[in-house]
Structure formats: C-alpha cells, structure tokens
Design a protein around this ligand. Structure first.
Ligand SMILES: Nc1ncnc2c1ncn2[C@@H]1O[C@H](COP(=O)(O)OP(=O)(O)OP(=O)(O)O)[C@@H](O)[C@H]1O
Length: 287
C-alpha cells in the first residue's frame, strides 16, 4: 500500500507502522517511530508568546545514525535542541530516549540517562587544564556528584578515561594546557570531549565547527564521524556548513519555521528541488 505525503513523495507502508520512500527522494519525518527510536520527539511544540518556534514536530533518529538538522536562521533548530535536552520545557509534545518518555526529566538528569550536549566555551573550567576539565565531568558522571576536591587530591578516578577521551578528540598534546589558553577550535573539541566523558548513547552537537578555519572544520567533521563509528553513538548535529553536513550525515532534516519540510540522505535532500530552491541555495550564500 502506498500514499503520498505532504512533500509529494510516494510512501510505501511497510506494515510495521513505518514508511519508506520508493526511491531516494526525501521523506517527511518520522523515519522511525519516535517512541522506539534512539531519540525521538512526538508532536513537539514550543511557543514563546505568539512565536511558534517549534510547531507540532515529530522525528525519530535511529541508533548509530548521524543526523544533521539544518534550516535558515530562526527555523527552530536551537529551540528543538533545548527542548530535547530539557533546557526548555516544551509547550506540548513528548521527548523519548530509547523508548522512555523523558519529557518531565530535569536537564541535570539527562546526562545520567545517556544523552549529552557538547559543552560551550563559556561552560569550560577556564583555569583548569584540558585533562582536569575532562576528569571533572568523568568523575561527576561516575560518582554522581561534582567536587573540585577530587582534583586537588591525588585521586586517579577518571584520569585514565580522561586521557583516552582527550586522545579520541585529538587533544593528547594539550593535556596540561589551561582551557582558557586553548585556541578556539581546540576549545570546541574540549567541549565535545567533556560531553563524551558522561559516556552518552546520544550526543547532540550545536554548530561544532562554527568559527573554525576550513582545515579545522574538515578535521572536526572527520573526528565526529570517527567518534560515532568507534563508539556506536547516535549523533544529532546542528550545522550551517553544508560541506560538513553533506559529507558526514546519514540523513538531513530540513526545518523551516518550526516544521520539517524534508528528511533524507544528503544526496536526496540536496537534489530535492523544493529544498534546493528554498533553503540550500540561500544557505550556501550565507557561508
Ligand atoms: N527565548 C526566546 N524568546 C522568544 N523568542 C525566541 C526565544 N528563543 C528563540 N526564539 C524565537 O524562536 C524562533 C526560533 O529560534 P531558534 O534560535 O530556535 O532558531 P535557529 O534555527 O536555531 O536559528 P539560528 O540558525 O539563527 O541559530 C525565532 O523566531 C526566535 O526569534
């Protein structure tokens, strides 16, 4: 049986509640049921007064998938992330992590449930070294409580793991450098390392390459791919750099005015005329 969705793409009902397109053309979400996906949101809405930043949106990201969320400025990408991480309470709708409804779980609890977001530069412990920054997060995750005393003492809790994680993100040569003295690109890598220190199943990355040189951008993109491959992580990434998005994503989801207009593999979304005309063309010019 098949039906036509609102993008005009013919969908084949697979009998398990899922749909698949007859070819490589983009589909609308959800590609998997939100309530069984590694990470899902169902009929999620977030309003700020009159502004509907996220509008009745549903999506499902598969385990091990690398999903990019793209769209023009103001499309609702950051608001969606904030609702997923519990930074914002949705106005309506549900957030699922591995089938569990986590909508009411506090933001602080979400890392313990298996999801993490890269730390921003202003969240780093500026006068602590790279190793100490990662150890602090690793220790907090292991022991369930934050304590600077652990650093001052000779405890080795988290040290080996922290060194491994620094190695994974290419910061092995900077272990003794204070966070404040790291160049911008390395600070962003440290932010990813600190998220990894909580040992997440689902990792959210908010513009991980912003402000980076083309060389550092390419390195960070391949680093994200490697981390996903080695750890079997599910990665959801907001990214404006279309070269990064097209090269590393399994699927792209295109947002506009709080709604999904298309989801699909990079080639399919890139080749979709509606998306091309309305968004990718404009976004390329912004870069
Ligand atoms: N705290 C807030 N209060 C009021 N309106 C907000 C707030 N946060 C976001 N908005 C509005 O919600 C809409 C979506 O914003 P959001 O930042 O989520 O978009 P975005 O896709 O992340 O944009 P950008 O690519 O520019 O970061 C915009 O109209 C924005 O002005």
């Amino acid at each position: 049986m098949s039906h036509t969705d609102e993008t005009g793409t013919r969908q084949r009902d697979t009998g398990d509640g899922l749909s698949s397109s007859d070819d490589e053309r983009p589909t609308i979400e959800p590609t998997v049921s939100p309530s069984t996906a590694a990470l899902g949101v169902e009929t999620l809405t977030k309003q700020f007064g009159e502004v509907v930043a996220v509008d009745d949106l549903s999506l499902g990201v598969e385990t091990g998938e690398l999903r990019a969320i793209i769209g023009p400025n103001g499309a609702g990408k950051t608001t969606l992330f904030n609702c997923i991480m519990g930074t914002l309470d949705p106005t309506a709708g549900t957030v699922y992590l591995s089938g569990d409804d986590i909508t009411a779980d506090a933001e602080e609890r979400r890392p313990h449930l298996g999801m993490a977001r890269s730390f921003q530069s202003n969240q780093l412990f500026a006068d602590q070294t790279v190793l100490e920054n990662i150890r602090l997060v690793a220790q907090t995750a292991e022991q369930g409580a934050f304590s600077m005393d652990l650093l001052r003492s000779h405890h080795t809790v988290g040290r080996e793991r922290a060194i491994e994680i620094a190695d994974d993100v290419g910061l092995q040569a900077n272990l003794g450098t204070e966070a404040t003295n790291l160049p911008h690109g390395e600070q962003r890598r440290l932010g990813i390392a600190m998220a990894l220190a909580t040992d997440p199943d689902v990792l959210l990355l908010d513009e991980p390459t912003s402000g980076m040189s083309p060389g550092a951008t390419a390195e960070t993109a391949s680093l994200i791919e490697d981390i996903r491959d080695e750890r079997g992580l599910t990665v959801i990434l907001i990214e404006h750099d279309m070269d990064v998005v097209l090269s590393i994503s399994d699927r792209l989801t295109v947002l506009d005015r709080g709604s999904i207009i298309a989801t699909g593999p990079p080639d399919a979304v890139q080749g979709n005329q509606v998306v091309q005309d309305a968004y990718l063309g404009g976004m390329r010019e912004e870069i």
